[in-house]
Design a protein around this ligand. Sequence first.
Ligand code: ADE
Length: 247
Amino acid sequence: MKITIMTLFKETIDQILNYSIMGRAKKSNQIELEAIDIRPFAANKHHQVDDYPYGGGAGMLMMAQPICDCFEHVKETMPGVKPRVLYMTPQGKVWNQQMAEEFAKEEHIVILCGHYEGVDQRVIDEIVTDEISIGDYVLTGGELPAVIIADSIMRLKPGVLGKQESFEEESFSDGLLEYPHYTRPAEFRGRKVPAELLSGNHKKIEEFRREQSLINTYNKRPDLLKKANLSIKDKRFLENYAKNHCK
Ligand code: ADE
């Protein structure tokens, strides 16, 4: 799989992409991850990439020509592959884990970062397949959202994370938040690790973790419970918990 981030701030993206798990995944060729600078594709003499909006208004817009020519070049690097082209915008569909899983099946993903007041609408009409937001707030550019999207997709690819289990039991994998984790010592500032985790009884540990996961979701993100994958036993546990912990 290849992810290409089209941006006016390539160095910013490169710095983040070379860091931590993303950097490791990039170096080990498990996934091809690159940032490409749009500016050299500007056909005008001064490599200008932005201009005033027709009709007036605040700020500048990214021009269509440099972006579309940059995209033609990017497409040529993956002959015969039709990429999904994601434009980062607060107007887009709000990103979630399910979308990350869907996009992780694609062969080539191109992420376009807007800057200033955004891009000429004809870019969206011409090349964008999906408008994506990372939440209902406005940022100064699409670079940080692009890295967030790339990270959430890339970590789902086999071999990028250490162990398969590291994402089988994590938050959202079955629509619930994860259970709390503990490491040594068994007691810290008077706070003890729950006895169930020290019991060595795997069935008991599994049951305890499931219940903690249900409690966490009930308390922090009750909205997720409506869509979660719950057994009859889970539902009974939650009913009982809710009775004793009225909010
Ligand atoms: N660009 C500016 N704000 C954004 C947001 N919330 N999500 C994605 N791209 C953006």
